[in-house]
Design a protein around this ligand. Sequence first.
Ligand code: PLP
Length: 395
Amino acid sequence: MTDWQQRFDSRIMRSIGMPLAKLERGDGAWVWDDSGKRYLDFLAGIAVNALGHAHPVFVEAVSAQAAKLAHVSNYFTTEPALELAERITRLAGAGDEGRAWFGNSGAEANEAAFKLARLNNSGGARTRMLALVDGFHGRTMGSLALTGKPHMRDPFEPLPGGVEHIPATIEALEAELDDAVSALILEPIQGEAGVVELPPGFLEAARELTHRHGALLIVDEIQTGAGRTGAWFGFQHAGITPDAITVAKGIGGGIPIGGLVTFGRASSLYTKGQHGSTFGGNPLATAVANAVLGEIERADLVGNAARRGAQLRERILALGSSLVAGVRGRGLLVGVGLDEPVAARVVAAAMDEGLIVNAANDSTIRIAPPLIIGDVELDEFDARFGRALERVAAA
Ligand code: PLP
């Protein structure tokens, strides 16, 4: 073990596995480790660094706001918080009734959504909440209760109750949605499950059935939001209007922030004093999120995600690797399905080649680069990923 590995091993909680490298700095789509080795970062901190690393807009926003006012608590509001609520409700198309609440992470955003579902109880008649098998919504007790992965949940039972996990099929929706359901929560593309898309027509059917039964449709846009899939939010590809979305990751571009955005009648479910957070909506995080989202808008990085995502898919398939079974996902959220369970070996070979990608599961490589990538980054990716695949195929 190296010195940092020993220090990690002795002092960091064992809930986190040994990291792939100790990183020191970044610039655009590149990061450098403590030995000076350079990597092309096609994971972006798991779909977070939307503008890449050390983007001048991000640096300026952090610096300027930190020098002015960083934290005030919920007893006060600030211009950045008001502006972010207005901006995110506009981008989500939440209309005149749209409202936003801000916290500090994706899990917290989903906690707020879970509580929202509980408030949609029709005088206690709605005792069920639905989520999808294999869905991932976070690691806190509430968000874990929504998560459809038994191996993550089991050690922590009992979790908050009333949540049922159904398969992502229209038949299951039709069979399970009834007037006792308070809400259905789902990801438009299941990122942690291995970039798995919902079946065609699923979101539309979910909208229709939740409407019919008075249940909320809550879309977890934590990984798919902020332009990553080539739309501001993943649900927009389906042309539906949800009752609420949760956001985090890319909206802060690297500053911790999460949020719940409500539409229509869902905006009046929370009443005074029912939810809050000391840090949530602080001027530092909200100013940075405004700057990041503002830059995504100004530079049309949503369009770039759509265009570059299509090119990335073509290039991966054009590598012609015998290991690649297919490519999933949308925009710059890409899952490369492998024919064999060798994802961890591909990731290790890629690290060797100076490329950061991620094994979402044994046979899927997840790719989620910064939204700023262009021809140079795609060429570099091509060469490095191609070599990594060749090495694993040859072994
Ligand atoms: N929901 C989805 C869809 C996610 O991908 C994640 C994180 O990967 C979360 C929720 C949890 O977010 P956080 O890690 O910020 O708590």
